[in-house]
Design a protein around this ligand. Structure first.
Ligand SMILES: [Fe+2]
Length: 386
């Protein structure tokens, strides 16, 4: 995506550059129509197979607030949210994502979304009544990467629960922070998302320029969504933010006390990418949920783009802790607009797991100097975890 010569190596071990020209051999055509003005990631429409089990996980354990519920769906929001919901749990036969939903600035931006995606030849459907409760006029599309994207402006306002300290729990989830999508061709995805108005904040590359993942934002944080290289289209995770690191530790303690520690897939830890403190959980259907806090402001137009070397042992975990293989391989299906699972295409570029894990992979802690100790090489040795 960029040449290392165009980047500056920082004292922290990663590179910085200005927003990079994206090189892709297989670009999605850039529409003549202007993109909608996206404000932020707003909610995920998530199909679950056992609504009661999911309610226990998201409401009783994680403490999301129920805005509304019936026998078919539960509408949940985080503490600081004033729009109707950040997560819809919808009962269905196949656990999958029905929509990644973004809020746009004005009602007229929906006309722009229709024009933008119609020009790309996508399946585009508009529902003036909205596709979910609490949301008005909405546009749903299957985007050029195969993901179900939604755009809306109108929504019912509900009470912000920030001042309701009597209801807060130690692991309070205060905001929806981002989505993470798995797609085979990351440069193609990045180029299309830039056409949609997103800015790259960080990415992971190797010296040959293979791109393994990229983080992109509309709101001034590290991201509203990230593209992770892998078989796709699939959903890697949906992420909620806490105020502080201790809130994340409290979630771990609670899961232990409930004898639900098997819901913890990876972490807690500190990311290299994004600098955020993190925890990855798996819900009863295996959908991955991240809890995250304290990334950084990215809103200036000349915000430097950070590039991590795929072999940097601290890119995914700043403390050098291993990434479990399931985190690289597992992800949720996504649906088309008729509710059918989208076919999954294999990644053809090298996989991050293959180049960093096990006998074939290598990583470093101090670039160009001594090797890591034998027991640390390969980042995560299958069969050697205790
Ligand atoms: Fe994330």
């Amino acid at each position: 995506m960029t040449n290392r010569e165009d980047m500056t190596l920082t004292s922290s071990g990663f590179y910085v550059s200005q927003e990079a020209p994206i090189r892709t051999d297989n670009p999605v055509p850039t529409p003549q129509a202007s993109p909608p003005d996206v404000l932020r990631c707003a909610y995920m429409d998530l199909v679950v197979t056992d609504l009661a089990a999911s309610r226990v996980f998201y409401v009783d354990v994680l403490g999301l607030y129920v805005t509304e519920e019936d026998d078919e769906a539960i509408y949940l929001r985080s503490t600081e949210e004033f729009i109707h919901h950040n997560l819809v749990l919808r009962k269905g036969p196949v656990a999958a994502v029905a929509a990644f939903s973004y809020r746009v600035r004005t009602p007229e931006d929906l006309d722009k979304a229709v024009a933008f995606y119609s020009e790309l030849g996508c399946d585009v459907r508009r529902n003036p009544e909205g596709f979910t409760k609490g949301i008005g006029d909405s546009v749903r599309v299957v985007d050029p990467l195969g993901f179900p994207y939604e755009f809306f402006h109108q929504t019912d306002h509900v009470e912000r629960m920030s001042w309701r300290y009597d209801l807060h729990i130690p692991g309070e989830l205060v905001r929806l922070d981002h989505f993470n999508q798995v797609t085979p061709d990351v440069p193609r995805a990045v180029r299309y998302m830039q056409d949609l108005g997103f800015r790259v904040t960080e990415d992971i590359q190797d010296e040959e320029g293979t791109v393994y993942a990229a983080w992109m934002r509309r709101k001034p944080t590290v991201h509203d969504t990230a593209m992770t290289g892998g078989d796709g289209p699939r959903m890697h995770h949906v992420c909620f933010a806490t105020h502080e690191k201790h809130n994340i530790l409290a979630i771990c303690d609670k899961l232990g006390a409930l004898r639900r520690s098997d819901a913890i897939e990876r972490g807690p830890g500190r990311h290299g990418v994004s600098n955020a403190f993190y925890l990855y959980l798996r819900d009863p259907d295996g959908h991955r949920v991240e809890v995250y806090t304290q990334d950084y402001y990215t809103g200036d137009p000349d915000n430097p783009v950070i590039t991590w070397d795929v072999h940097d042992n601290q890119r995914r975990d700043w403390w050098g802790n291993p990434v479990v293989p399931s985190w690289y391989t597992d992800a949720s299906l996504v649906l088309d607009l008729d509710g059918n699972p989208q076919p999954v295409l294999a990644r053809t570029d090298s996989s991050e797991m293959a180049v960093t894990i096990g006998a074939d992979g290598f990583s470093y802690t101090r670039s160009g100097e001594e090797q890591m100790p034998e027991w640390k090489q390969g980042e995560y040795k299958l069969g050697h975890q205790l």
